[in-house]
Design a binder for this molecule. Structure first.
Ligand code: DTR
Length: 349
């Protein structure tokens, strides 16, 4: 009799349990997020996106699926922030320089303050964000922050001194644009995604950006000259729609939050190594000439930039930001992460 009761209980409970478990497994696996990116798949923001996707999918044991959309197939460069806020994409990667007035605090990392590489820049930006908690990002969840390596001039014509730059149509955005203007170039603003066509059509004679694009976007074919200035980095953010974020289970949120700093370091290291590869590849494959400025010339170029930060502080303060404090914080963070870089290569700071 006892055995019969047990059997009956099993027959009744098992299907109920199976339905219940089955349902919760379906629910558990059903988180699917669309991630938009603006440049083509081989470029570093898309490499970072695929790395983040792989980490999240592995660490949530298949509970979350990330569908990636490179090349502006879901959202374009300048639509990224508003597209994520309105839910056209769940997640998006944006280059802050493309909307310079919008991200005042974080765009300050693109002042000429001497960030030496992408790893330092990415950690400086992450810490600055955490310290300042800028209002510009209140309508999204920020998942990761990173910067490019410093920018250099890639051009059709040789640029060896400041007068060579006079009136040359060069492409740059945000903080880097200010620098080109100060040096006397004719600065033209456009997202990186529009640059290959502009170069091919002769709308621009070169660009001012980090050097990995010489290989990733094949600019070495169009630009036989690089002038090494290592001047300024571009900041990026990966942002998520707030409703989609709030609806995530706590364990998934924890996985994504724990990845934030790790991703800054991963992306920085990837970018810094990839720039070296791209430089070697450009020399070997396309015989690109890399011009190093001598000390006197380099000092003259840097000297010309000195009013930029002072002007930025005035402008930011007029908008109600503590410009001086933001710049001081960035300088302190460069010291902190830049110094650690040598000692602690490849590890988090
Ligand atoms: N330097 C910024 C950002 C940037 C650098 N490399 C890439 C590759 C793909 C997209 C953007 C960027 C710029 O020049 O737009």
């Amino acid at each position: 009799m006892k055995r019969f009761k047990r059997l009956a209980a099993t027959v009744i409970i098992t299907p109920i349990l199976a339905v219940f478990l089955g349902q919760s497994m379906v629910e558990a696996r059903s988180i699917s997020l669309n991630y938009a990116n603006f440049p083509p798949a081989p470029t570093f923001p898309c490499v970072q996106m695929e790395q983040w996707k792989a980490e999240v999918e592995a660490k949530t044991q298949g509970k979350v699926r990330i569908n990636t959309f490179p090349g502006g197939t879901l959202l374009g460069a300048r639509d990224m922030m508003d597209g994520v806020i309105s839910g056209q994409a769940d997640i998006g990667c944006l280059c802050m320089a493309y909307q310079p007035g919008r991200f005042t605090v974080t765009n300050a990392v693109s002042l000429p303050l001497g960030i030496p590489d992408s790893r330092t820049g990415s950690l400086v930006l992450t810490d600055l964000f955490n310290k300042q908690n800028p209002k510009a990002f209140k309508k999204v969840k920020v998942l990761a922050l990173f910067t490019t390596a410093p920018a250099n001039i890639m051009s059709r014509k040789r640029v060896a001194n400041l007068p060579d730059l006079g009136g040359m149509d060069l492409r740059a955005s945000g903080g880097a644009a200010e620098i080109l203007k100060t040096w006397g170039a004719n600065q033209i603003g456009m997202p990186m995604s529009a640059t290959p066509e502009a170069l091919q059509k002769g709308v621009i004679q070169g660009l001012f950006s980090s050097l990995e694009v010489m290989k990733d976007l094949k600019f070495a074919e169009e630009c036989p000259y690089v002038t090494v200035t290592n001047t300024v980095v571009y900041p990026f953010a990966v942002v998520m729609n707030l409703d989609r974020w709030n609806a995530l289970p706590e364990d998934v949120k924890a996985v994504m939050e724990n990845l934030s700093r790790e991703q800054a370091v991963w992306t920085g290291n990837y970018m810094d190594n990839h720039v070296k590869e791209a430089v070697d590849w450009s020399k070997k494959t396309h015989n690109v000439e890399f011009l190093e400025l001598d000390q006197q010339t380099s000092e003259a170029w840097n000297q010309a930039l000195s009013p930029i930060t002072k002007k930025w502080i005035e402008k930011a303060s007029a908008k109600g930001f503590d410009g001086e404090n933001i710049v001081d914080t960035i300088k302190m963070l460069i010291q902190k992460h830049g110094q650690k870089h040598g000692e602690n290569h490849g590890k988090d700071s």
